[in-house]
Each structure stands twice: as structure tokens, then as C-alpha cells.
Design a protein around this ligand. Structure first.
Ligand SMILES: Cc1cc2nc3c(=O)[nH]c(=O)nc-3n(C[C@H](O)[C@H](O)[C@H](O)COP(=O)(O)OP(=O)(O)OC[C@H]3O[C@@H](n4cnc5c(N)ncnc54)[C@H](O)[C@@H]3O)c2cc1C
Ligand SMILES: NC(=O)c1ccc[n+]([C@@H]2O[C@H](COP(=O)([O-])OP(=O)(O)OC[C@H]3O[C@@H](n4cnc5c(N)ncnc54)[C@H](OP(=O)(O)O)[C@@H]3O)[C@@H](O)[C@H]2O)c1
Length: 452
């Protein structure tokens, strides 16, 4: 039996590996000529060890029943029905590449961007390579208290030498080298106990070579509701440790480093302010307090007080969001493919035979790389159950040899795994003389030219 997996990020690779183990032939598609999804274009360039998980995926690609078809976009080059006609099972693993909006005035001013774009830009994603970020102002504000916000704050304060040893895209290296940003304010709408940071990432922020991390001691004084929650069984170890780390930061005297990362809490953005020429001049924020909800949650409630933070760059890091693809059942409210444990469901809630989903587009944009392995395990178990129960539909054109010929009629430049290995070798060879893991190609025509 043959499976198509759409999206060559972590979830697509884990699903492919497990489908191969279950005896399927697997064709893995990606819209880009390059595999690895957010491991290539999301994970921060100064975290090369995390990126080295791609070795595991490259091993999967060596399986004789595996093929990679890069440069094939579902919804543009091929359609859902094309895949259903050719495969016994189709697995959607195309991630959640869009961003959430704040919905406040001034959000579209020059200098106000989604972190999604900024991350794609410094990581050399072709869709973001031509963006420009104005790093000429002294202060940048990053909205959100997740690990992406930490990545972004760190990237804005790493030294040129630290960045030079990474695979940060060349256009971003040049922009960071000329950056005048000295202070990055990371803004949480709730308190320290509710931050979504994980402990190692928060600790790393306190170890930056040229930036002090600053927390106001008032900001880490816990309100009664948060303190009670932290003491209770409902709190997890990560939250408790985060509060300890933040209290430690609040007690640290400044060391006089040239740059600062300032962590501020209980502030909700109300308006991005215009400098009169359509550029960001600042951020007006509401000051919040924490209140317990009827269901036991802890929410931010505006106190009625406000303040303005002067800045020239605003990056909203408030989570990723999935986008619908033609014909694939989608739940607009959650921004995810409608599914039950990975089985895609139609509008009436009935399973769509032969259609499955995995990864961030299945369960939402949270969780680390490894979370996708377990997630893939769940989906592949459902596929195997359906196969064993005879519930997989019989495809109309099941020939595996025909697929490549058919794809070549749909896309002018198909990049196979061999093509990717040529791109990979080209990038790593370009990086080697400079002690960098790779110099990324950031334009699709350049990738095609190298892949041949
Ligand atoms: C900025 C950032 C940094 C992160 N850093 C870390 C970290 O340091 N450590 C960690 O453990 N986790 C990290 N994560 C989390 C981790 O990256 C995710 O858990 C993981 O990438 C999700 O995998 P996925 O396969 O669901 O989606 P993705 O990785 O997004 O992969 C989706 C793939 O689908 C492709 N695709 C999209 N649309 C189509 C289409 N229409 N047709 C064909 N292909 C398509 C995309 O090109 C992409 O390759 C980070 C996440 C972000 C956003
Ligand atoms: N090194 C790593 O391991 C690493 C690096 C990067 C990412 N990741 C993982 O990738 C996943 C995604 O990370 P993420 O940072 O994008 O998302 P996240 O962890 O979900 O954090 C999103 C943040 O945005 C805030 N937010 C949402 N809407 C907001 C609004 N309207 N106004 C103000 N703040 C708002 C949330 O606050 P509330 O809590 O109040 O909603 C939260 O603090 C996470 O699981 C993360 O751990 C891991």
C-alpha cells in the first residue's frame, strides 16, 4: 500500500518513518525544494544541536520505499483529489505557517511585523527572504511570552561573532551587523507564573554575552491568585522554576553590558503608535492584573491604567496559525484540520476515508520537535487500524512509477531527494571555509539551479 505525506517537517518525517515500518511505500511532498520544515526555517540558527535532528530524518529518506518530491505545493500544483486518486492513504503534515493578529490599531505600520516573518527572514525561508526589517531604532518590543519570543529577543542581541558561526541567512547577518537595537522589551499580557517559556530557554537568556537580562522586582511579586496556583497541584514544575529564574533575574545587579533584554509582565498591547510618517513610534499598553476565572484559569484583566513604550520595531510573537487548503476539512475557530486522533473528519463529523493529519496542523502550534513523534505514532496507528479493517479506499490510479511522470507535468522543477542532497552539499561546502554549518540558498531559482 502507498501513502502520500504532505509536508516534510518533523511530523511528516516521523509519520513517513512509521508508515515505512508498517509496510507502506511513502512519497513525501513539500512545497519547498528543501525538506525539514521549521527545523530549517524556524529553530534559531544559534541552536545547531537542535537542528542536527535532521540526521534522523535523512536516515528515513534512505529507506528504499521512500521518495521525496520537493517543490510541489498542495493546493497550487496538485489537489487533494489528485492524491486520493493515487494513494491508499494521504497524510496532511503541512504545519501552521500563518500568524495570529493582535487586532489593534497601527498593527500594519512600517516596523510592525509578525515574528513568523522575522523568524523566516533570519532563517532564509524563500517566502521571507525579501522582507526588510528596520533595526535602526534603540528599542524593539517583542509581544508574547513563548519560546519564539525568546528566540527573537536572543537573535536581536547576539554579537556579530556569535552570529557569524551560524547558518543565519546572509541578508540577515548583514542587517544584524548594522543593527542599532540596544534594548529588547519582551512583553507578557499575564504574569511570570503564566509565561509559556521553558526553563532552559529562559536560563539561556540570562547568559547572553553582551546583553543583561532585566526584570523589575515589582513585576515578579506574585498576585494572590498566581501564588495560590503555583502552590497547588495544578501548577507544573516548569512554571515554578520559571518564577524562580525570573526572581533571580530581578535580584541581579546590571553588569553594564551594552545591550539589554527587559522582561515585562501584565501588559497588553492597545495600539501601535504612528510617528506621523506611517512608521512605528511606540506601543500603547494596558496595565493588567491577574484574576482567577470561574473555571479555575488565570486571566489578565485591565486595571484601567496605561503606559507608552517608545520603540521603532514591534514583533508580535503570539503564536502560529493554520490556513485552510482547498477541499480539506478545516475548523476556522481552531485554525486546524478537523480531525479525530488524526482521522480527518468531514462537516458531519464522519471520517474521510484515506485522509489523515499529523503535527501542528492536526493538534495546534505547540510542542517541541519530539512531540511530533508521539503525535505521528497516534495517526499512523489509526491508519494501520483502518488498513487492517479494510477501511482504506482503493485508489483509481495506483501505479507508483506514474507518479513522478505525472508530477513532472504539474511542476516545471521537481526536486527529488538526490536534488536536495546536491543543495545540501552545496550549502555545507559554502559554509565550511567560514566555520559555518552552511550558507543557505534563499531563493527558489538558485536552489533549482544547484539541484539541476
Ligand atoms: C520559531 C520556532 C522555533 C522553534 N524552535 C524549536 C526548538 O528549538 N526546539 C524544538 O524542539 N522545537 C522548536 N520549535 C517547534 C518545532 O519546530 C515544531 O514542533 C515542528 O516543526 C512542527 O512540525 P510540523 O511538521 O507539524 O510543521 P512544520 O515544521 O511547519 O512543517 C510543515 C512543512 O509543510 C510544508 N508545507 C506547507 N504547506 C504546504 C503545502 N501546501 N504543500 C506542500 N507542503 C507544504 C512546509 O514547507 C513545511 O516544510 C520551534 C517552532 C518555531 C515556530
Ligand atoms: N527552544 C525551543 O524548544 C523552542 C523554541 C521556539 C518554539 N518552541 C515551541 O514552539 C511552540 C510555539 O511557540 P510560540 O512562542 O509561538 O507560542 P506559545 O508558547 O503558545 O506562546 C504564545 C504567547 O503569546 C501570548 N499571546 C497570545 N495571544 C496574545 C495576545 N493577543 N496578546 C498578547 N499576548 C498574546 C500567549 O500569552 P497567553 O499565555 O496569555 O495566551 C503566550 O505567552 C511552543 O510549544 C514552544 O515551546 C520551542
Amino acid at each position: 500500500m502507498r501513502a502520500a505525506v504532505v509536508g516534510a517537517g518533523p511530523s511528516g518525517f516521523y509519520a513517513s518513518d512509521q508508515l515505512l515500518d508498517a509496510g507502506f511505500e511513502v512519497d513525501l511532498f513539500d512545497a519547498l525544494p528543501t525538506p525539514y520544515g521549521l527545523v530549517r526555517a524556524g529553530v534559531a540558527p544559534d541552536h545547531p544541536k537542535i537542528k542536527s535532528v535532521t540526521r534522523v530524518y535523512a536516515k528515513t529518506a534512505q529507506h528504499p520505499a521512500f521518495r521525496f518530491f520537493g517543490g510541489v505545493q498542495l493546493g497550487a500544483d496538485i489537489a487533494r483529489d489528485d492524491l486520493l486518486a493515487r494513494y491508499d492513504a494521504v497524510v496532511y503534515a503541512f504545519g501552521t505557517a500563518s500568524d495570529n493578529r493582535l487586532g489593534i490599531p497601527g498593527e500594519d505600520l512600517l516596523g510592525s511585523h509578525a515574528a513568523t516573518e522575522f523568524v523566516g527572514w533570519y532563517n532564509g525561508h524563500p517566502a521571507h527572504a525579501d522582507h526588510a526589517f528596520d533595526l535602526s531604532s534603540e528599542r524593539a518590543v517583542v509581544i508574547g511570552n513563548g519560546n519564539v519570543a525568546i528566540d527573537v529577543a536572543r537573535m536581536l542581541t547576539l554579537t556579530a561573532d556569535e552570529l557569524a558561526a551560524t547558518d543565519t541567512a546572509d541578508h540577515a547577518l548583514a542587517a544584524f551587523a548594522g543593527s542599532r537595537t540596544r534594548e529588547v522589551v519582551v512583553l507578557g499580557r499575564r504574569g511570570p507564573a503564566q509565561a509559556a517559556f521553558t526553563n532552559p530557554e529562559l536560563i539561556e537568556l540570562g547568559e547572553l554575552a553582551r546583553a543583561d537580562v532585566t526584570v523589575d522586582s515589582e513585576d515578579v511579586r506574585l498576585d494572590a491568585a498566581s501564588a495560590a496556583w503555583l502552590e497547588s497541584d495544578a501548577a507544573d514544575r516548569t512554571a515554578r522554576r520559571n518564577v524562580e529564574i525570573l526572581k533571580d533575574y530581578a535580584a541581579r545587579p546590571p553588569s553594564g553590558r551594552s545591550h539589554r533584554v527587559v522582561l515585562r509582565f501584565l501588559r497588553s498591547p492597545l495600539e501601535v503608535l504612528d510617528d506621523g510618517n506611517g512608521r512605528v513610534a511606540g506601543l500603547r499598553v494596558a496595565i493588567n492584573r491577574i484574576e482567577a476565572t470561574a473555571t479555575g484559569g488565570l486571566q489578565a484583566v485591565a486595571t484601567g491604567e496605561e503606559e507608552v513604550i517608545d520603540c521603532g520595531l514591534v514583533l508580535r510573537s503570539i503564536g502560529y496559525r493554520g490556513a485552510p487548503l482547498a477541499g480539506i476539512p478545516f475548523d476556522d475557530r481552531s485554525g486546524l484540520i478537523r480531525n479525530d486522533e488524526g482521522r480527518v473528519l468531514d462537516a458531519s463529523g464522519a471520517p474521510c476515508p484515506g485522509e489523515y493529519t499529523v503535527g501542528w496542523i492536526k493538534r495546534g502550534p505547540s510542542g517541541v520537535i519530539g512531540t511530533n513523534k508521539k503525535c505521528a505514532g497516534g495517526t499512523v496507528a489509526r491508519i494501520v487500524e483502518d488498513r487492517d479493517a479494510g477501511r482504506l479506499p482503493v485508489p483509481a490510479s495506483p501505479g507508483s512509477e506514474d507518479v513522478e511522470m505525472w508530477l513532472r507535468t504539474r511542476v516545471a522543477r521537481l526536486v527529488t531527494w538526490d536534488g536536495w542532497t546536491v543543495i545540501d552539499a552545496h550549502e555545507t561546502a559554502a559554509g565550511e571555509p567560514h566555520g559555518r554549518p552552511r550558507v543557505k540558498l534563499v531563493r527558489i531559482p538558485d536552489m533549482h539551479a544547484v539541484a539541476g
